[in-house]
Design a protein around this ligand. Structure first.
Ligand code: HEC
Length: 259
């Protein structure tokens, strides 16, 4: 039994070290509690829904999310809007379809199967409208930046007056979390820029958290399923270790010890 306890201790210790290394990442970013981190992490539905609102009312003016479809908004493990809500969201956008019988393209309201509409016709148009800088597609942006969610959460709140001695060109802004501190995106958020339907106060901090959670889900739509699976695997391994330990004891019990 002693040996078994020891083994159990080692396994728990290894798990803890693993979780610790998660927490110890990148100390200098702003911190917040992410509900989706850790072994049992899950998304906060209300936050994802608010995050979608921030994306669509603010960020979508410049940033595309070309891998997402409106139906994803109603899928399990995401913001989980009802199918009717997702349909209504889709229908509030117009997409170009066609050609029709006369060979002409036409516009119609978007359907669940349509991809999120793009803010610009193409990359060049996006650059031209943003002083030469391209607002990156946000579908997997969380994965494309070191620091992930903590970086994006911090960046959105990292706008400051440039310290004396640093000159900024036209259209360039100072942000203490941007690489090189210069960014060609003006601070996109300000208190109350959106009005949340659930009564949550739309502070810059709150909106940063909500929209970043939403981006995390977009980049990792299967996070919850993965966490569930990981948990099952651990339970399975613990049971297996227990069984192996006791059967080993049983088998060797017939061998007389020399001591
Ligand atoms: C008016 C247009 C505009 C809006 C609105 C906008 N952005 Fe941006 N964003 C840009 C541009 C342009 C860049 C590229 C900046 C650069 O490379 O200097 C950018 C870059 C970024 C980056 C990447 C920074 C990096 O590490 O390269 C993030 C993250 C980002 N935006 C998040 C957001 C979020 C979240 C919102 C909505 C709350 C938003 N943006 C709204 C124009 C915009």
């Amino acid at each position: 039994m002693k040996k078994f306890l020891k083994l159990f201790q080692i396994v728990t210790l290894l798990l803890l070290i693993n979780l610790q290394s998660f927490a110890a990442e990148k100390v200098d970013y702003l911190k917040t509690d992410w509900s989706f981190k850790g072994l049992f992490g899950k998304f906060d539905r209300a936050s994802l829904q608010r995050g979608y609102q921030v994306y669509t009312e603010v960020c979508a003016a410049c940033h595309s999310m070309k891998y997402l479809s409106y139906r994803n908004l109603a899928e399990e493990g995401g913001p989980e809007f009802s199918v009717d809500q997702a349909k209504a969201i889709a229908a509030s956008f117009e997409v170009v379809d066609g050609p029709n019988a006369d060979g002409e393209m036409f516009t119609r309201p978007a359907k669940l199967s349509d991809k999120f509409v793009m803010p610009y016709e193409n990359e060049k148009a996006a650059q031209a409208a943003n002083g030469g800088a391209y607002p990156p597609d946000m579908s997997v942006l969380v994965k494309a930046r070191g620091g992930g969610v903590d970086y994006i959460y911090s960046l959105l709140q990292g706008y400051e007056e440039a310290p004396s001695g640093i000159t900024l060109d036209e259209g360039v802004h100072y942000n203490k979390f941007m690489y090189g501190n210069k960014i060609k995106m003006a601070a996109p958020l300000s208190d109350g820029i959106v009005e949340y339907g659930d009564g949550t106060i739309a502070s810059v901090e709150q909106m940063s958290k909500d929209v970043t959670s939403f981006l995390m889900w977009a980049a990792e739509p299967h996070l919850e399923a993965r966490h569930k699976m990981g948990f099952k695997a651990i339970v399975y391994l613990i049971i297996l270790t227990t069984l192996v330990y006791f059967s080993m004891k049983k088998i060797w019990s017939r061998v007389k010890s020399e001591v």
